[in-house]
Design a protein around this ligand. Structure first.
Ligand code: SF4
Length: 456
């Protein structure tokens, strides 16, 4: 088999019929039964196909089509829908960014001062660029991708590896912090580079030489020889930028380890490169259940028809989907924005899982918002929307302490045997915490009589 953790392979003609097509003008809401069969086709179908969710954000797709026609007039919709074309044509240089976007002085400066440095690269798939405002530098998604000069300044408490991952790495590619699970960093490559990335010290082409066959084999050998590991999270970089063959290889090796019960993949691909979720890929993934997926989602503008199709394919293959969101100043730190994102995810069958306080990586102060903002957001969700739509707000403790959940004060304290609670409206209630200590009371009129004569 071919091994590669380097930049992805050249474009192929792999079909991705569920996405819009110039020739047929096919929209996801107009799928034929044959198209639906394409999504669910698999050698051994385990799950019944579901109805595609309503694609309410079709505006984004119209915008996407208009963007392609304007900036890529010679590119067919078929090429656009080929994930390899998207990867090969990522926007990476100042010239390419400048062609499409009206840049600010801070954005120009960031590009100018980056020259010759080993800072995280810039890469934006044309698809993801189509979701950005070309003229407004404050647009939330744009701010996540186009660097500004602020990222060249360091603030107190910031570090290249604030979570101490390198100190918990017994072999290259493995971070072993919790007793029963490991993080397996399978590639340094991402389709898009988020300016606030926790692993900005590692991701990108400059680090491309670190992984490969030997590194994977050593990491897998470590997992094989450590029986306490029952859960492996494949991350990076983004594992779904690897070829189908390499993903198949890695998952099959891990699935053969008897003590590994759960496999998970952490990815941003469904949001930034949804055409990567091809029927072929899904057929591979579903062979390795129980396989879970954590999708990195940032803003409701990512919730498009294309992302909905990608998530539908994954969910129909029986892959439980969860989300991870980094709390970012001026991007998603308003309750209304976060609620819209959580609801959008739920509609795509993605269960909101974590909101992270932004890690203090070098040059991230312009992204970090206060912990209180995160608490406000959780408070605005809890009780006001379905519990499934309320993620856990966590701080990944600097130095390697692991994820610490942060919750608003619903537990006020004790008063005698009572626990005093504050509900979502701020009202106080008491819960009699007397389990195991029966007290004398009358149950007359409360418990039905045991007398058969009196029974109905
Ligand atoms: S996709 Fe994930 S690993 Fe890649 S740059 Fe973004 S946050 Fe970092």
């Amino acid at each position: 088999m071919s091994y590669s953790s380097q930049e992805p392979e050249p474009p192929s003609s792999s079909s991705n019929a569920l996405f819009y097509d110039d020739e047929t003008r096919l929209a996801p809401s107009e799928l034929t039964s044959q198209d639906r069969a394409t999504v669910t086709a698999a050698p051994q179908p385990l799950f019944a196909p579901s109805i595609l969710p309503p694609l309410s954000n079709s505006k984004a797709s119209a915008r996407c089509r208009a963007f392609r026609r304007r900036w890529y007039p010679n590119v067919s919709q078929t090429e656009w829908n080929d994930w390899r074309w998207q990867l090969k044509n990522r926007i990476t240089t100042l010239r390419e960014v400048d062609r499409i976007f009206t840049l600010t002085a801070k954005e120009y400066e960031a590009f100018g001062r980056r020259k010759g440095s080993v800072r995280m690269p810039v890469a934006i798939t044309p698809y993801y660029a189509s979701l950005m405002d070309e003229h407004d530098a404050a647009h939330p998604i744009r701010r996540c991708m186009i660097p500004v000069s602020d990222e060249l300044k360091c603030a107190d408490g910031e570090a290249a590896d604030p979570l101490g991952e390198d100190g918990h790495s017994p072999v290259p590619g493995i971070v072993h912090r919790y007793p029963d699970r490991v993080l397996f960093l399978v590639t340094p490559t991402c389709s898009n580079y988020c300016r606030y990335c926790t692993r900005s010290r590692k991701v990108g082409a400059a680090h491309g030489g670190q992984l490969g066959e030997a590194t994977w084999d050593r990491a897998i050998a470590y997992i094989e020889s450590t029986p306490s590991i029952r859960d492996v999270l494949l991350s990076g970089g983004d594992p779904l930028t690897l070829s189908d063959e390499n993903i198949d290889y890695l998952l099959s090796r891990l699935r053969r380890i008897p003590h590994v019960e759960i496999l998970r993949i952490g990815t941003k691909v469904p949001a930034v490169l949804p055409m990567r979720i091809t029927p072929q890929l899904v057929r591979i993934l579903r062979k390795y259940h129980p396989l879970w997926m954590s999708i990195h989602a940032t803003h409701p503008d990512e919730v498009t028809a294309e992302m909905a199709v990608a998530c539908t394919r994954l969910a129909d293959a029986g892959i439980p989907l969860g989300s991870q969101t980094v709390l970012l100043k001026g991007i998603n730190d308003e309750p209304q924005t976060m609620r819209q994102l959580m609801h959008g995810l739920m509609k795509m069958r993605v269960r909101p899982y974590y909101i992270y306080q932004c890690d203090p990586i070098l040059g991230s102060s312009h992204f970090r918002t206060s912990v209180d903002k995160g608490l406000d957001i959780i408070q605005s969700l809890r009780g006001h929307t379905s519990g499934y739509a309320v993620p856990t707000f966590v701080i990944d403790a600097p130095g390697g302490g692991g994820k610490v959940p942060i919750t608003p004060d619903y537990y006020v304290g004790r008063d005698g045997t009572d626990v005093v609670l504050r509900n979502f409206q701020g009202k106080l209630y008491r819960y009699p915490d007397t389990a195991g200590e029966p007290v004398q009371c009358s149950m007359d009129g409360v418990i039905p009589s045991n007398d058969p004569e009196g029974a109905a």
